[in-house]
Unconditional design. Structure first.
Length: 200
């Protein structure tokens, strides 16, 4: 009998390969943006946890359509050849003092997208706690560097802290909600928190 999870992951992976994206994660952002209209041509976008670069490439090609700017930050370099001309690549820990200062220098942003995830250990408590740490830091960066009316999407592993992060986002945005794209693997415990229309 066919393995539906594997079939699904294979179809997304094959499609990504065919369309020139380095990772299947691109279809999560495609789905999130199709239903929430986060990014428009000309926007200044910050992509946190950007490597290997599928979200960045999708934003360049399909959302800002070559107009605007994407600041793409990751611990690892992007695997895009060539790196699109709209992209400013910053390699390092987004929340270290030095790299955060560079992100601030490039800001403010109309949209912040974060697919950042910790290296998983298999220990659900450890992994969830590390994911919460990243999510809280992304929200703090958005509080400072996201323009009024700007949008935010961030990944978090489902667990105790998700509601607290969402609560903070509800105070910052006109609308904030959790969303699980169909392109997430069936066995994944990740979810995306979306904040729309940052309040003044
Ligand atoms: C799931 S991958 C992102 C995939 C990417 N959205 C794409 O479409 O190609 C998660 C990334 O988060 C990055 N990451 C984790 N912690 C980070 C941090 N503190 N600063 C920057 N990047 C981080 C990892 O290095 C990893 O490349």
């Amino acid at each position: 009998m066919a393995n539906s999870r594997r079939d699904k992951s294979d179809s997304y992976t094959l499609r990504a390969h065919k369309e020139g994206y380095p990772a299947r994660s691109v279809y999560k952002l495609e789905e999130i943006n199709a239903s929430h209209h986060l990014i428009k041509p000309g926007d200044r976008v910050l992509d946190v946890g950007a490597a290997p670069g599928s979200w960045t490439l999708f934003v360049h090609r399909a959302l800002i359509k070559g107009q605007g700017k994407i600041v793409s930050c990751d611990l690892n370099p992007l695997r895009l050849d060539p790196v699109p001309p709209t992209v400013v690549e910053i390699t390092g820990d987004a929340f270290s003092k030095e790299i955060r200062a560079r992100l601030v220098e490039e800001g403010p942003y109309d949209c912040i997208i974060s697919d950042a995830a910790p290296m998983t250990t298999g220990n659900r408590t450890v992994d969830t706690t590390r994911s919460e740490y990243l999510a809280e830091n992304v929200v703090a960066l958005a509080a400072e560097q996201l323009a009024v009316h700007g949008n935010l999407v961030l990944k978090i592993f489902q667990g105790g802290g998700q509601e607290a992060v969402l609560k903070t986002m509800r105070g910052m945005f006109t609308k904030a909600k959790a969303f699980k794209p169909k392109a997430c693997r069936d066995d994944s415990f990740e979810i995306y928190l979306i904040g729309l229309d940052k309040k003044a």
